[in-house]
Design a binder for this molecule. Structure first.
Ligand code: F6R
Length: 598
């Protein structure tokens, strides 16, 4: 949510910052801006709209600049507009800042500044930072930056330019990510390591309350008391190939096509030599009486999907949305283990939920896709997913990788609890079979369905058992990128109310992958058809049901793992429907990836 970037070095700052902003754009795309030192002055251009609009506006500008900061915004306070776009300048134009996060006490800070005559130009919470820095009485710029941490409440990653200190950048962070990247001929600050790929060979993940001061090519790191710290860089191994769209028109398409690879690579992580599960003490698993899975959106849905698999193995798992778990009257159950799922590892609600669990001394395990993420730093144990960088806002391959890691986890728990030697190779072989089938799966029927969905007002996804969990994920995917109102329901629940909405303008997508539930699900199909809706059914069973308008045959595989299969065509359905509606599937309306605000 919001991407910030800073650059200082031998290359043209405009080029470096704009290129990186494009890579950070998935974090927000309602406005963007750039501020650089030029002829010892702070020059600013910011525009409502995507980074491409900013690029056009900057065409003949910033020609001599080698130091600057940039921002791509996802609006929280104040609508998307030129004036609310970052960077923000102080009233006297001597300080420029970019900010990712939320300043929770901005109203009182702003009120006090206004009482003393400061005039604000925007409606944002962030502008207050620039104004506070201007008004600060501290003797040095470094001290002014340090003082911020005593004044601001909330979350922030901030990069700052002071007009008086040409070609220097300051940065500070708390609860929002910020990375320092080092190249031979320059230094970068970025919200995300992805924006540094191909630019730097090493990076440092800023720790809570770190302060950074970059003075040309010298960089100094301090803690919140301005005590000097060593910078421990780590190598950046991702390549530009990992983040390029390749021959695909959209990242989302590329990422759906990478689902089999994400499953295979994730499963490889659980091979005996390196299996991260073996780092979780068997005693902890043996004594665990409750497992709670916590996440947001798709990550939550992955947890819910796996809870059905766990139940088949007599392991009972409760799932919570991270934003709710935090405010639960705390369960404080004995022998609880919490598993947090997050593609980015930076989702603010999930981080806060994990902190809450830690406060109660509950052992924490995270399933994340980003090794350098905050959640990885905070958790006791890590189960990595190997989906590779996921750039489209809608999560696809990461979901498939998350359930893969969790299948392995649940099998491990089952084996420990039952004193069996865990043989992950059985699961690996089954998943390999699924991947082979997905790779050769003909998705052409999906195109036709997407074409029909484009004019539909309402879509329901229904299923029983694990198929309901898949319905939730399929529904989320469709609504977020095609803007069609969609809902997921247990197949048996329709007749308890929602059937009232079923008519000829409705499409109901039925998922039926569980043999023992098939008959009952077919009953629901007839009830729906009798109300005039179009029915699309996904199943691996050979059925002939006259109430079904379109039957999508799924590859046959182990029934317990069918969730890995059934979501695949439905991810594609969401993608294709967005295309038929003329929408950009990579940048859905009002959304952004990596939700770093609560
Ligand atoms: C939906 C989607 C979101 C994320 C959610 C959690 O397609 O991508 O619902 O799943 O914001 O994000 P992470 O997994 O990064 O914690």
């Amino acid at each position: 949510m919001c991407g910030i970037i800073g650059y200082i070095g031998a290359k043209p700052a405009k080029q470096e910052i704009l290129q990186s902003l494009q890579l950070l754009e998935y974090r927000g795309y309602d406005s963007a801006g750039l501020c650089c030192f030029e002829n010892d002055k702070l020059k600013l251009i910011k525009k409502k709209g995507k980074v491409s609009t900013l690029i056009t506006a900057c065409e003949n500008e910033f020609v001599t600049a080698h130091c600057g900061i940039g921002h791509t915004r996802w609006a929280t306070h104040g609508d998307p507009s030129d004036k609310n776009a970052h960077p923000h300048l102080s009233e006297n134009n001597n300080v420029a800042i970019v900010h990712n996060g939320i300043i929770e006490n901005f109203e009182s800070l702003k009120g006090n500044l206004q009482k003393n005559g400061t005039r604000f130009r925007s409606e944002t919470d962030s502008e207050v930072i620039a104004q506070l820095l201007q008004k600060s009485k501290c003797e040095s710029e470094l001290k002014k930056v340090q003082e911020l941490s005593t004044l601001l409440k909330g979350s922030y990653a901030i990069a700052i330019l002071f007009k008086e200190l040409s070609n220097q950048i300051f940065a500070i962070k708390k609860n929002s990510p910020l990375i320092l990247g080092k190249a031979n001929d320059g230094l970068y600050l970025s919200s995300d390591v992805n924006a540094l790929i191909g630019k730097t060979s090493e990076y440092y993940i800023m720790q809570e309350n770190d302060i950074i001061w970059i003075d040309n090519q010298d960089v100094y790191l301090f803690d919140s008391n301005l005590r000097a710290k060593d910078i421990e860089y780590q190598p950046l191994t991702l390549t530009t190939q990992d983040i390029s769209r390749g021959t695909f028109e959209h990242y989302m398409h590329k990422e759906i096509m990478q689902v089999p690879q994400a499953i295979e690579l994730t499963m490889t992580e659980f091979e005996p030599m390196q299996n991260p599960l073996t780092r979780i003490p068997a005693e902890l698993i043996k004594s665990a009486e409750h497992f709670s899975i916590i996440g947001c959106g798709t990550a939550y849905n992955a947890g819910n999907t796996i809870s059905y698999y766990a139940r088949q193995r007599d392991i009972f798992v409760d799932c919570y949305y991270a934003s709710e778990y935090r405010y639960e009257k705390f369960l404080s159950r004995k022998n609880e283990v919490c598993i947090f799922i997050s593609q980015s590892g930076e989702t603010a609600d999930t981080i806060e939920a994990l902190k809450k669990a830690k406060e109660h001394n509950i052992p924490t395990i995270v399933v994340t896709n980003v090794a350098s993420s905050t959640l990885n730093k905070l958790a006791d144990y890590i189960l990595p997913t190997k989906a590779g960088p996921e750039i489209a806002v809608a999560s696809t391959k990461a979901y498939s990788a998350q359930i893969t890691a969790l299948y392995a986890f649940i099998d491990y728990v089952y084996c420990i609890k039952n004193g069996i030697n865990c043989r992950s190779c059985i699961l690996k072989d089954k998943l390999k079979d699924i991947c082979d089938k997905l790779k050769s799966y003909d998705l052409s029927i999906i195109d036709n369905i997407a074409n029909q969905l484009k004019n539909i007002e309402r879509v329901f996804f229904i299923g029983r058992g694990v198929d309901f969990a898949t319905s939730q994920e399929a529904s989320l995917k469709l609504k977020e990128i095609s803007n069609i109102h969609s809902e997921a329901l247990y197949a048996g629940e329709l007749k308890h109310g929602t059937l009232a909405l079923i008519d000829e303008n409705t499409v109901v997508i039925v998922i039926a992958t569980q043999k023992e539930l098939l008959e009952k699900t077919i009953n629901s199909v007839y009830e729906i058809k009798a109300r005039g809706a179009k029915v699309i059914m996904l199943t691996q069973f050979e059925v002939s049901i006259d109430a079904v308008d379109i039957l999508v045959s799924l590859p046959q595989t182990d029934q317990l793992l069918m969730a890995e299969v059934s979501i695949y065509p439905l991810q594609m359905l969401a993608y294709k429907t967005a295309l038929y509606k003329g929408l950009d599937p990579d940048k859905p309306r009002n959304l952004a990836k990596s939700v770093t605000v609560e």
